[in-house]
Design a protein around this ligand. Structure first.
Ligand SMILES: NC(=O)c1ccc[n+]([C@@H]2O[C@H](COP(=O)([O-])OP(=O)(O)OC[C@H]3O[C@@H](n4cnc5c(N)ncnc54)[C@H](OP(=O)(O)O)[C@@H]3O)[C@@H](O)[C@H]2O)c1
Length: 271
């Protein structure tokens, strides 16, 4: 696993959440103890995410705030301008983590340009840290070798019991990057899985908690999303669970390479 752990082990995801719902959800998550919020320019919710942060009353410097740059803003100056806009919408002086959301489709913008621009944004003080998302093993190898790539701290990728993404997780960690696992609940699908339910019964927990504990046990930061305070609380508590080797092995058998986030501009995935 990656040596450092700059990224808080659990964060609050905000994909699909909009307007008042995202304000309320972010506020409640922070009140319950989350200190890491994940948004993106393309979620079109940075302004209400910022509002939720302010309404929570939690001091800005206690929160690890991530956004992601969409691939239509990858040219050098435009990428930096997009992060200035993100900060303005979120109502913050600086981000904690700025990610490249997806590699540039068909390499339309060279990686050296957009990784260099991301690092220039860091040097300018727009973000404390930088990283990537949805990068394959080959993308990562290129990213860490271009100027600025030495500052990347994470690859945010899809990880849940039905898509363990083992080779990419190992490759990212071997390159010194932390892995952040998105869609850790397979967008709610884990709740109906019988093996997860059995393990949950043994631990007096829920399948969602078991899925989160399994991802976290691999040294991967998790960023589940929920609009319900009781789910938010349960997800936070999941990191206290300790799974046995047998539990881990049973969950590993659920991996069928089932990918949920697979838009038409996605790269050719590692198998
Ligand atoms: N980098 C990328 O390309 C990328 C792609 C996708 C997602 N992400 C990030 O990852 C985050 C998480 O992914 P996601 O939101 O798509 O899916 P997810 O976190 O796997 O699942 C969210 C769903 O699970 C339900 N849920 C949450 N906690 C639960 C619990 N304890 N018991 C039962 N159901 C529960 C939620 O419903 P309720 O609201 O009813 O609780 C919601 O429907 C996103 O919000 C986003 O920040 C990043």
């Amino acid at each position: 696993m990656a040596q450092s752990s700059i990224i808080p082990r659990i964060g609050f995801g905000t994909y699909r959440l909009k307007d008042q719902q995202v304000i309320d959800s972010v506020k409640s998550a922070l009140e319950l103890g989350y200190r890491h919020i994940d948004t993106a320019q393309v979620y079109d919710n940075e302004q209400p995410v910022g509002e939720g942060i302010r309404q929570s009353g939690v001091p800005r410097d206690e929160i690890f705030l991530t956004t992601k740059v969409w691939w239509d803003r990858f040219r050098h100056d435009d990428l930096i301008a997009s992060l200035e806009e993100s900060c303005r919408k979120l109502g913050v002086d600086r981000l904690d983590l700025a990610l490249i959301h997806w590699p540039s489709p068909d390499d339309e913008v060279p990686m050296a340009e957009y990784i260099g621009a991301l690092d220039a944004a860091r040097e300018k003080g727009l973000t404390r840290h930088i990283g990537v998302s949805n990068f394959t093993m080959a993308h990562l190898d290129e990213a860490v070798s271009v100027p600025g790539g030495e500052h990347l701290i994470t690859n945010q990728i899809e990880v849940h019991p039905f898509l363990a993404n083992r080779r990419l997780v190992a490759h990212s960690q071997a390159r010194g990057l932390e892995v952040t696992g998105y869609m850790p609940l397979a967008v709610g699908k884990v709740m109906n899985e019988p093996v997860l339910q059995q393990i949950a019964d043994d631990h007096d927990a829920t399948p969602a908690q078991i899925a989160l504990a399994w991802v976290a046990a691999q040294g991967i930061a998790v960023i589940p999303s929920s609009t319900k305070p009781e789910h938010q609380r349960a997800n936070l508590a999941a990191l206290e669970l300790t799974l046995s080797e047998d539990d881990m092995a049973r969950i590993e058998h659920l991996d069928v390479g089932e990918r949920i986030a697979n838009p038409d501009f996605a790269p050719r995935w590692d198998t």
